[in-house]
Design a binder for this molecule. Structure first.
Ligand SMILES: *[C@@H]1O[C@H](CO)[C@@H](O)[C@H](O)[C@H]1NC(C)=O
Ligand SMILES: *[C@@H]1O[C@H](CO)[C@@H](O)[C@H](O)[C@H]1NC(C)=O
Ligand SMILES: *[C@@H]1O[C@H](CO)[C@@H](O)[C@H](O)[C@H]1NC(C)=O
Ligand SMILES: *[C@@H]1O[C@H](CO)[C@@H](O)[C@H](O)[C@H]1NC(C)=O
Ligand SMILES: *[C@@H]1O[C@H](CO)[C@@H](O)[C@H](O)[C@H]1NC(C)=O
Length: 230
């Protein structure tokens, strides 16, 4: 796992495609039920030119103890990195901004179910302050999964660092998930087949096998599973 700021700072960042675009999204504690101005899908609609509250391009939740938002990639995909654009509103981003405090402490998971605890924690913020957190951040997490889950919490009885909001919110203008539309391939264009024929999921950059096809095992998936085993 690694983290870098801004967008496109590294040349590879632009090669993968945004596999979250227009995929089904879900929001815990919608701000106003059935309100399209702030629905979950606004964070995967490809629009991020208006990061304000009422611009109609962002997802927003009610202030609660927990805030969860996820996108369903509709199948297990090979992911390289995730870029999140948080709501900025009218004022400059930073310590005087109304939205900055609720971005602090965020987590991002990749999971094969909508349950984050069954997945992998790609990033948990315990480094940023209202002065240092960027309005958009890119998290490199080269693994496989079907759901990308944004989570934040402000639990009762817990003392949070200075600057944290009192309640959790997920005010996300865009969540971009860069990777491959198909599994079994790697490389910048998702065009190189995994080096081992029985490997179903290989590392998106290196090609190292991360998961065998059913019935195979071993580091290179070259061993047939014993009879009765999967
Ligand atoms: C979410 O809101 C947008 C308008 O901002 C609308 O086009 C879209 O259909 C809505 N999506 C869902 C799933 O309701
Ligand atoms: C964002 O949308 C709101 C509501 O339509 C509008 O008032 C505001 O001027 C827009 N801001 C930008 C930067 O486009
Ligand atoms: C995610 O998408 C898949 C494929 O469309 C669908 O079968 C599945 O039910 C969806 N998951 C949830 C939790 O809605
Ligand atoms: C990303 O955030 C930085 C500040 O943290 C800002 O300068 C930049 O304009 C943002 N990029 C976009 C595309 O909104
Ligand atoms: C990716 O595609 C571009 C343009 O189609 C091509 O020039 C490049 O060689 C490809 N790279 C790889 C690693 O396949």
């Amino acid at each position: 796992m690694s983290l870098y700021f801004g967008v496109g700072l590294l040349a590879f960042a632009s090669a993968y495609v945004n596999i979250a675009l227009n995929k089904p999204a879900n929001l815990q504690h919608p701000l106003i039920p059935d309100d399209n101005t702030h629905n979950a899908s606004n964070a995967v609609d490809g629009r991020k030119s208006n990061l304000t509250w009422n611009g109609g391009q962002c997802s927003a939740s009610a202030a609660r103890e927990t805030a969860t938002w996820w996108v369903n990639l509709t199948d297990i995909r090979s992911i390289h990195h995730i870029t999140i654009y948080y709501m900025v509103g009218q004022r400059p981003w930073g310590s005087s901004n109304l939205f900055t405090p609720s971005f602090l402490g965020l987590s991002v998971y990749v999971s094969n179910t909508a349950d984050k605890l069954q997945g992998t924690l790609c990033f948990k913020d315990n480094i940023f302050t209202v002065d240092t957190i960027p309005a958009n951040l890119t998290i490199t997490c080269p693994i496989h999964g079907q759901y990308v889950i944004y989570y934040n919490e402000r639990l009762p009885g817990v003392t949070y660092p200075k600057g944290y909001s009192s309640f959790a919110q997920s005010d996300l203008c865009e969540v971009e998930v860069y990777g491959c539309h198909t599994t079994g391939y790697n490389g910048l264009n998702c065009s190189i087949p995994c080096p081992n024929v029985n490997c179903q999921y290989c590392h998106i950059e290196t090609g190292t096998c991360q998961g065998c096809k059913p019935g195979y095992q071993g580091q290179r998936c070259d061993t047939v599973c014993p009879y009765g085993f999967f």
